[in-house]
Design a protein around this ligand. Structure first.
Ligand code: ADP
Length: 387
């Protein structure tokens, strides 16, 4: 008999969309999230109101669930380890998450399993001081004066939507930005002048079956995802390469669940891994309306031990546009939502956030299309939304 009670740590829009999938699978979803206004609260069977990293609250949801899964990676691994040691089941397993919660650890892990990626080093110590240490992936010291700019500096933890990621043009701004981050250890990596950014969702079941969704193109502005085009217009060789990366990664981490992988495609057709999210991902939202099995249903299927569903698209092409806040308000944008929903093939997903802030993800719209009108669809949606 399959498991019917799932706990999820995090109650934002990803948990909200998971809660919809849970209802259609007959699964009871118990959510741990801090605020009563968080999107998933209205759809969860039950909510424990607590911070994401509150291990005591996780123990509470565990007492009402058969398995616990995740909506985001801002978790308290140490607290969860003691729960796992007492027999509480986490999928993905904590061992699968451990190398991924810190951007430097991620890069070291990719190195170990041979995935292609930008060159990177860790920057530790104090700027301008003798003890400044910059270390390669094998932790050998590297002379900072030999660095070639531009570089990308990334906070090792708590980054999302480009927060904590900085393009660095010269050694002066390196010092300035690192100072702003209190000289915490950071990752410094090669700036990739990519031709395009790609992403892929992949799932792995308890018995080791891996399914990979179509590779998509993602378009970022100021490091925030603005739109996703599915499938990406890329060569079969590139698709095969991305699929192989996804299979290697999920298998070597012994994943149970859904992971999102972000990649760069260079002008000479090289694929490099940017980062991995050990959960459902914005680049997979199109799967709700365009694929046989949404990423949210797939995560639930994986963690409760149901057979994985088909990741195939049921239409030739789809475009997902994030609807970002462009002002501070409590407006629910009824008129704009209706106009977007009336576009042919459009599905609007409104997350029900009570407050809009510039850049905040308030909703997304997916438009199914024949593949010929991708740019037209994007222009139309964005002109309705941003005016
Ligand atoms: P976050 O975890 O906040 O999403 P990312 O590491 O994915 O941050 O970076 C956000 C965006 O910044 C990427 O989608 C890409 O556009 C840009 N970026 C990140 N790393 C690099 C790099 N090494 N070279 C060029 N651009 C990069």
């Amino acid at each position: 008999m399959s498991i019917k009670r799932v706990g999820v740590i995090g109650g934002g829009q990803l948990a909200w969309m998971m809660a919809m999938a849970a209802k259609s699978l007959g699964i009871r979803l118990v959510v741990q999230t801090p605020n009563v206004t968080d999107p998933a609260v209205c759809l969860a069977a039950e909510t424990v109101f607590a911070a994401i990293d509150d291990g005591v609250a996780t123990e509470q949801i565990a007492s009402r669930c058969d398995v616990i899964t995740f909506e985001n990676e801002f978790i308290n691994l140490d607290a969860l380890k003691s729960l796992a040691n007492r027999g509480i089941c986490f999928y993905p397993r904590l061992e699968s998450l451990a190398p991924l919660l810190d951007k430097y650890d991620q890069r070291c892990y990719f190195d170990r399993i041979g995935l292609p990626q930008p060159e990177f080093i860790s920057l530790e110590g104090e700027v301008g001081q003798q003890e400044l240490k910059s270390l390669g992936s094998d932790r050998t010291p590297i002379n900072l004066s030999q660095l070639e700019f531009p570089l990308v500096l990334k906070a090792r933890r708590q980054g999302y939507d480009g927060k904590g990621t900085f393009i660095i043009k010269d050694s002066h701004s390196l010092q300035e930005i690192w100072n702003q981050l209190d000289n915490q250890p950071v990752v410094l990596e090669e700036f990739i002048p990519f031709e395009r950014e790609l992403a892929v969702m992949a799932a792995r079941s308890v018995d080791g079956q891996v399914v990979v969704y179509p590779v998509v193109e993602t378009q970022q502005e100021e490091q925030v995802c603005r739109r996703v085009i599915a499938p990406a217009q890329i060569s079969p060789d590139t698709v095969a390469e991305v699929n192989a990366i996804a299979k290697t990664l999920l298998t070597s981490l012994d994943v149970v669940g859904v992971f999102g992988i972000e990649l760069f495609l260079t002008s000479n057709h090289k694929v490099l891994v940017n980062e991995v999210s050990p959960r459902t991902h914005n680049s997979g939202h199109y799967t709700i309306d365009a694929c046989q099995t949404s990423q949210f249903e797939q995560q639930l299927r994986a963690v409760v031990g149901l057979p994985l569903g088909s990741p195939q698209m049921h239409c030739p092409s789809a475009v997902m546009v994030n609807l970002l806040g462009y002002e501070s308000s409590q407006d629910d944008y009824q008129q704009k939502r209706q106009t977007l929903a009336s576009l042919p093939g459009a599905f609007v997903h409104w997350y029900g956030k009570t407050q809009s802030r510039p850049g905040r993800k308030l909703a997304h719209v997916t438009v199914l299309s024949d593949g010929n009108s991708v740019q037209e669809v994007i222009d139309k949606v964005e002109s309705v939304w941003y005016g």
